[in-house]
Design a protein around this ligand. Structure first.
Ligand code: NAD
Length: 255
């Protein structure tokens, strides 16, 4: 068991990559706090962990809300006495071209789509990292893993998402510098295409083109991303900090 007795908080763990990571961490001996804004999904993930013999609680919170985030972290620490691992996974997309011209009309990406994506993906990551760092500093131990995306390199229709994920990289590198003195590692994963609800929405034709750009010619299973989370959250990654690890079947290579 690679996370025996560790306490982990995983945001957006009701489905997709977060859920797979929560299940894997529990199987590796961690006590897992499953966060999500979707209560039904979050409770289902907890039930799945318990059914497999693991220990988990559901901690509802919107990661964009500082008061809710702090209450969530306090709840986890109150319950299990500490917080060792934070997986900042919650994320959303709201795709649209920044500027689209159709005939005589010019359409702009709505400000709301920009704000929502920056809020969840970037501010949410910042707020959760800040709140989690407090109990981690107390014990001079912590692992924070943030979530960027291959989209940070630039992707048509994702100005908001790309900017949010590029921001997560800057945040990761800065927090790595600031928190190293307290024994906290801060790293970041950058997935390519993963089989989750997020990619299920991609139209078939676009998906075909996407698969052609992946050297492995397939998307990742969420469990494959969970394995990277496990490595970065474990003591095997003790000397790694401030890094961005692509997990993309080779898609970013040669770009
Ligand atoms: N699926 C992919 O191909 C892919 C690729 C690159 C990066 N990512 C990133 O991986 C992460 C997980 O993606 P996924 O594909 O598993 O997505 P998903 O949509 O399957 O799951 C995301 C979860 O986050 C939750 N969530 C959304 N807003 C929240 C908020 N404000 N507070 C708390 N929870 C919230 C959702 O309810 C959902 O359960 C995201 O950060 C995403 O940007 C995914």
């Amino acid at each position: 068991m690679r996370l025996k007795d560790r306490v982990a908080l995983i945001t957006g763990a009701g489905r997709g990559i977060g859920r797979a990571t929560a299940l894997r961490f529990a199987a590796e001996g961690a006590r897992v706090a499953v966060n999500d804004v979707d209560e039904e999904a979050g409770r289902e993930a907890v039930a799945a962990i318990e059914q497999a013999g693991g220990e988990a609680i559901f901690v509802p919170a919107d990661v964009t809300d500082r008061a809710q985030v702090e209450a969530m972290v306090n709840h986890v620490v109150g319950r299990w006495g500490r917080l060792d691992i934070l997986i900042n996974n919650a994320g959303i997309t709201r795709d649209a071209l920044a500027v689209r011209v159709k005939g005589d009309e010019v359409h702009l990406m709505e400000e709301g789509a920009w704000d929502a994506v920056i809020d969840v993906n970037l501010k949410g990551t910042f707020l959760c990292a800040q709140a989690a760092a407090v109990p981690m500093i107390r014990r001079q131990y912590g692992k924070i893993v943030n979530t960027a995306s291959i989209g940070m390199l630039g992707n048509v229709g994702q100005a908001n998402y790309s900017a949010s994920k590029a921001g997560v990289v800057g945040l990761t590198r800065t927090l790595a510098l600031e928190l190293a003195r307290y024994g906290i590692n801060v790293n970041c994963i950058a997935p390519g295409a993963v089989e989750t609800r997020m990619t299920a929405a991609i139209p078939e034709k676009i998906k075909e083109g996407l698969l052609r750009r992946i050297p492995f010619r397939r998307m990742a299973a969420p469990e494959e991303v969970a394995a990277l989370h496990l490595f970065l959250a474990s003591d095997e990654a003790a000397y790694i900090t401030g890094q961005v690890i692509f997990i993309d079947g080779g898609m970013s290579v040669g770009l």
